[in-house]
Ligand binder design. Structure first.
Ligand code: F6R
Length: 614
């Protein structure tokens, strides 16, 4: 969480930093700040609010200069206000820092610095760090790079930082531990950022710092990367970026979320392209082939993830158990890491993550590795921490997901997991040949069906208008569509702030049914395949208590139509693949309700896209 950008080169830094911050705003938007160095003095502007607020405020300063750093914040220590905003400046006024992460031992460090006469103006851990660097620099008479290194060896926590020193204004020092940091290498210029999006139009060469590495980024000098612990030099590995500008722009849509919902047919195709060969009856995934024995000998599969990715894991549990007969457990990464779980060397652990940076999921991976499990990641961001920390894995090819509410990541995760399950089922012989081939054919045509499901946009908009003022909402589903109910509820609550809960439909009568009255909208996922009759009975139970029923049904359904107040029709597919379709109208419904309520769909309050703190 928090986005950082730095620039050093021959162009004006301010517009680059501001544009970069706008692209990183998905990482946090409580406050924003910028520093520019004009060759003689440091100009700084920061404010509570968004990058657009910063732009307005920065009109008070001169913003010329070819060195700049900027920050967009998701508050951890200290309320979001102007004072707690980054950049933070050291007591002498010489050092300026931006920071993404948490310094856990900031309190004892702060006490020590206060004893030595330092004054603090904010409640942040970051202001402690910049003064610690200053203290080290002064005490030991060190250059900035060395002082940063010595100071970082004293801190506990996570960070991605950029530090600028007015006394040495031709360099920026960058370092990372636990929070991502990319360096864009251009001709006579460098960019430093939380991800590559701020510099995509300037260079396609990027270096991703590894944990415990730091770089001294100096004008007209080769880049030096060192290990923070022992000062050893590291050979920079320059990667060619896969991302393009179009992918990170709205492309005519009102919101990134809507664009990403509509991208699902094509990104599902991108995700199975080259892997799914329906005509030849083949699934070919390099990471799975290389580790097939480990999967086939697995005593069980443990899936760890958070939020929407956890919901994809729940869908995968049903798919893996049905297709492969391998026992599966799905855990919240945040619980798993702290509960001394039983993990054996024969276990396969599958972490799922869109961002590849989620702190709890990363910690769960490290724990599983320590206990000897084989860890196979399902991740969207190439080169992310999770993709590097896992033994092997398979990427989803969703492209950058910028809307904070996850949509296309969910369906592409399910696509990858379904392919893995099918490959294992083929090897184990746990699916009949005809079923195996049928699933391959169905998965191949699922993008067209997702496209058709997107045509529910108008009807979901009409339904959204009816229910936009509700204060509560229930989502019900069974089997494969129980996790879809959870996901539908999460989508609604996070972007529209309407309280929503998802339940397995049959659980209604064990408590939640008490909530139902004529004001309660109940969204029931009732496709023809699966536990249709059982869900129909559940709908009847709601109907007799006057609940308002919105049902997602298979095209041509008549039985539910008679009972429900509103129906949304999606194309027919097998039970196991139905989450890829049923989830589409639920995404659209949340989207339209949030827009009608005037909510900030792409940047819902209190949230951030990449949760790099636990
Ligand atoms: C909800 C949402 C979050 C994420 C969760 C995990 O729309 O986006 O619940 O799914 O924070 O993030 P990743 O997948 O990046 O590990």
């Amino acid at each position: 969480m928090c986005g950082i950008v730095g620039y050093i080169g021959h162009r004006e830094a301010y517009p680059i930093v501001i544009k970069g911050l706008k692209r990183l705003e998905y990482r946090g938007y409580d406050s924003a700040g910028v520093m520019v160095y004009d060759g003689t003095s440091v100009k700084l502007s920061k404010t509570k609010g968004k990058v657009s607020d910063l732009e307005a405020k920065a009109k008070e300063i001169t913003t010329t200069g070819t060195i700049g750093i900027g920050h967009t914040r998701w508050a951890t220590h200290g309320v979001p206000n102007d004072v707690n905003s980054h950049p933070h400046v050291s007591n002498s006024g010489d050092l300026v820092i931006i920071h993404n992460g948490i310094i856990e031992n900031y309190e004892p460090l702060k006490k020590e610095l206060i004893k030595r006469g330092y004054k603090f103006h904010s409640d942040t851990d970051t202001e402690v760090l910049v003064n610690l660097i200053e203290e080290v620099q002064k005490k030991e008479n060190l250059k900035l790079g060395k002082a940063v290194q010595v100071a970082l060896n004293q801190v506990v926590g996570a960070y991605a930082i950029c530090v600028f020193d007015k006394k040495k204004p031709d360099e920026i020092v960058a370092a990372r531990l636990g929070s991502p940091l990319a360096i864009g290498v251009g001709k006579d210029e460098f960019f430093v950022a939380s991800d590559a999006s701020p510099f995509i139009e300037y260079t396609s060469n990027a270096i991703y710092l590894e944990d415990e590495e730091m770089a001294v980024v100096r004008l007209n000098k080769p880049l030096k990367i060192r290990k923070i612990k022992d000062d050893s030099l590291v050979d920079p590995y320059v990667q060619e970026l896969q991302m393009n500008l179009e992918q990170i722009e709205k492309g005519g849509y009102d919101h990134f979320m809507l664009k990403e919902i509509y991208e699902q047919p094509s990104v599902i195709k991108d995700t199975y392209r080259g892997r799914l060969h329906a005509n030849e009856g083949l699934i070919q995934m390099a990471g799975v082939e290389d580790n097939l024995e480990k999967f086939l000998n697995a005593d069980r599969i443990l899936i760890v993830a958070c939020g929407t990715s956890w919901h994809a894991g729940l869908v995968a549990e049903y798919i893996f158990e049905e297709f492969t007969r391998i026992p599966v457990e799905v855990e919240y990464a945040s619980e798993f890491r702290y509960r001394n779980p039983i993990i054996n060397p024969g276990d396969v652990v599958i972490p799922i993550s869109q961002s590849g940076e989620t702190a709890d999921t990363l910690a769960a991976i490290k724990l599983a590795k320590e206990k000897g499990a084989f860890v196979f990641g399902v991740c969207n961001v190439v080169g992310s921490s999770i993709s590097r920390e896992t033994h092997a894995g398979a990427y989803t090819h969703a492209g950058p997901e910028i809307g904070v509410a996850s949509t296309k990541a969910f369906t592409t995760q399910i696509t990858v997991l379904t392919m893995i399950a099918l490959r294992l089922a083929k090897a184990k012989g746990t699916l009949s040949n005809s079923d195996f081939h049928r699933y391959l054919q169905e998965l191949e045509i699922i993008p067209e069906k997702v496209q058709e499901a997107l045509e529910t946009n108008d009807v979901t908009k009409t339904i959204a208008a009816k229910f936009k003022d509700s204060t509560n909402c229930l989502y019900l589903g069974r089997g494969y569509n129980f996790p879809v109910a959870l996901e539908g509820a999460l989508k609604l609550k996070e972007i529209s702030y309407i309280h929503a809960e998802g339940y397995p439909a049959a659980e209604m009568k064990h408590g939640p049914i008490a909530l139902i009255d004529e004001h309660m909208p109940v969204i029931v996922i009732a496709p023809k395949q699966g536990h249709y009759d059982k869900v129909v009975s559940n709908i009847q139970e709601i109907k007799s208590r006057s609940g308002k029923i919105i049902a997602v049904v298979t095209k041509g359904d008549t039985q539910v139509r008679e009972l429900a107040d509103y129906v949304i029709e999606i194309p027919d597919t097998s039970d196991a693949l139905s989450p890829l379709l049923t989830t589409i109208p639920l995404q659209l419904l949340s989207y339209h309700i949030a827009v009608m309520r005037g909510c900030n769909v792409d940047q819902p309050r209190n949230l951030a896209k990449s949760v790099t703190v636990e």
